[in-house]
Design a protein around this ligand. Sequence first.
Ligand SMILES: Nc1ncnc2c1ncn2[C@@H]1O[C@H](COP(=O)(O)OP(=O)(O)OP(=O)(O)O)[C@@H](O)[C@H]1O
Ligand SMILES: [Zn+2]
Ligand SMILES: [Zn+2]
Length: 733
Amino acid sequence: MHAEVLVSLALRQVDKVFHYNVPSSLAGKVQVGSRVLVPFGRRKVEGYVVGFSPAPNPADLKDVAALLDEGPLFTPHQLALARWMAAYYLCPTVKALRAMIWPLLQVKGPKKVRGLWPAACCEAPDFRRAPKSAAVWQVIQARPGLSRKELAEAAGVSPRVVDAMVARGLLRSEERIESRDPCQDLPEKRIKPPVLHGEQIRAVSKIIEALDQKGGRQVFLLHGVTGSGKTEVYLHAIAAALARGKQAMMLVPEIALTPQMIDIFRGRFGRQVAVLHSRLSDGERYDEYQRLRTGEAGVVLGARSAIFAPLEQPGLIILDEEHEPSYKQEESPRYHARTVALRLAGYAGAVVVLGSATPSLESYCQAVGGGAYHLLELTRRVGELPLPSVRLVDLRRELQEGNKGIFSRDLQEAIARRLSRREQVILFLNRRGYSTLVVCRECGLVLKCPHCDISLTYHVSGRLRCHYCNYSVLAPSLCPGCGSRHVAYLGMGTQKVEQEIRRLFPTARVLRLDSDTVGRRGAHREIVDSFREGEADILIGTQMVAKGLDIPGVTLVGVINADISLYMPDFRASERTFQLLTQVAGRSGRGEQGGEVLIQTYSPDHYAVTCAQNHDYQGFYRREMALRRTLGYPPYTHLARLLVTGRMEKEVQEAADFLAQAVHAAGVPVELLGPAPAPLTRIKDRYRWHLVLKASAQGVLREAATAALDGFSGTGRYRRVQVSVDIAPQSMM
Ligand SMILES: Nc1ncnc2c1ncn2[C@@H]1O[C@H](COP(=O)(O)OP(=O)(O)OP(=O)(O)O)[C@@H](O)[C@H]1O
Ligand SMILES: [Zn+2]
Ligand SMILES: [Zn+2]
């Protein structure tokens, strides 16, 4: 038998298995999942062993040059998943595979430290004359495995006392793997679960029933209004899975993976939880992977890429806020964690729970009208609390009546009332910075990023910043175009809201939560904890305040401008707006005093706004589905997007035209939109054009896209242009 190897060159042309001989020195050590070094052409490259089979012409085979790790790096489920991803998302298999195992590749090996153990003496040594040694002895009995330093510290003695005991043979020293526990600094308080309410019990028991059934995958959509206690349903389901010897995955959007969320999980499951998030160091992530691989941890809590965590026996996969766009990875491999989760559950025969107060249309339509998912509903808030009442404020009227400020009179009054009653307020604006448009009043010049076709945002630091590439420059006092002094700062961000609030309510205590204030590790936790403890009256923020916050003192949520997301050039703009408004409104009235929401908008008649006002998910669903059907958009059709980028606009346009012709030539039933410049026409000095393919079946779409890509790599004409393919795109920008 010969080893089948995928070489780690992320090129479509070499995305197939190559056979290699396993030399006798490596026989038995090279297994499926091994990372090896193999000769390829004139060099040696890394590769992954994916199977064994007899090669067609064994005489020409080369030897595997080296084995790079002790054990295998991926499981059979992961390999199957990578192969499926390659076929589905049209990416090289190794790229998918590396997305799964990269945490294992970052670190050379586990960091080892010397740990100390009590020597196996036949009787307890006599320490009556040596109180220091006695202290050390007592500590090491209780906590074997401590390092020399840790032990000395814990016993309150000099490390030399420990050395002396090692020399006398009372302690023995051995190597152990040092574990970098990312949660070390967090308190691990065990929290007792509350008694479930009726709708929660029904949901949990349905999930448990499915866990107990043998056989294939089952999918639940948990549609629960904000504050209905979905998290508690997840926690009970996970406990049930663990009790049945199964492992569980809990995915949340990165933005919701807050210290508070981690506390809840650690409070319930302790060391059984492995946490994966983007702020971990490589070493910490490696350690969490190891704890999952060895089975020490049975639950993984993480963002999008945690779907690739190495579980032997995934029995339950949960996606909270399943509608969140951040589940889609916007670089290759451009996968959607929900799609991958459904596939993985198919291999593993696992139960999937998709949860949201505002499910995606894609998921909801599978859960109603004979679809493949089971619908579970939580229709009421915990403790019979009512949903908050929502008022719309028409900003057009406000302007007519002479108010040019950020805050309508209604919103100002509502804030003042909360302050006088010592209740709390959340203000939401989905834009950070101070002003989002800097423009010359004389010549009309808009200050843009020199690398992107994006207007620069002014920050209170006095700098202009590009929110796409992070370019920054000192704000000029004169217009760089005409030298005029009349440079206007228009469009507002959270910093301006903060400044205005401080001006209008000088005694209010104000906090701001956006990516500019949470840069430092631990800052997010401090801000939210401080607000929760009542140390501030008003919390201003972007999306970060819209998700998951459960703060009973909040009785008013103000949306500064609902229209920002409504008129984006994207067919999901209404859906996104409805979701955002519903989610942020849901932060109000989670305590005894009830709550209110004020939404400021120039479009008070738009159904995305009125349905959010009326907590009317079904109404929104019907309106939006009718529209999607008419326009032929998902979930009624399938989309793929080919994005063409390069430094020369002409080349980019020509390449896009070439791709369009290749799609036509493929002769399959797809509709082609474009080629056209993408809404973001230039980012980081690269021009961007796109083509959108639409079809009634996923397979046809891939066929057309493959034909176009093959044609493109065949010509060799546009070497400086890059094409990327996005199957089921979430962003059309
Ligand atoms: N059965 C219960 N009894 C008492 N309190 C509960 C119960 N279930 C949940 N809770 C509490 O109710 C609050 C709201 O629950 P949770 O945050 O899970 O709601 P949610 O459905 O996830 O809402 P959202 O979608 O707005 O995030 C939490 O403080 C939670 O601890
Ligand atoms: Zn000017
Ligand atoms: Zn830029």
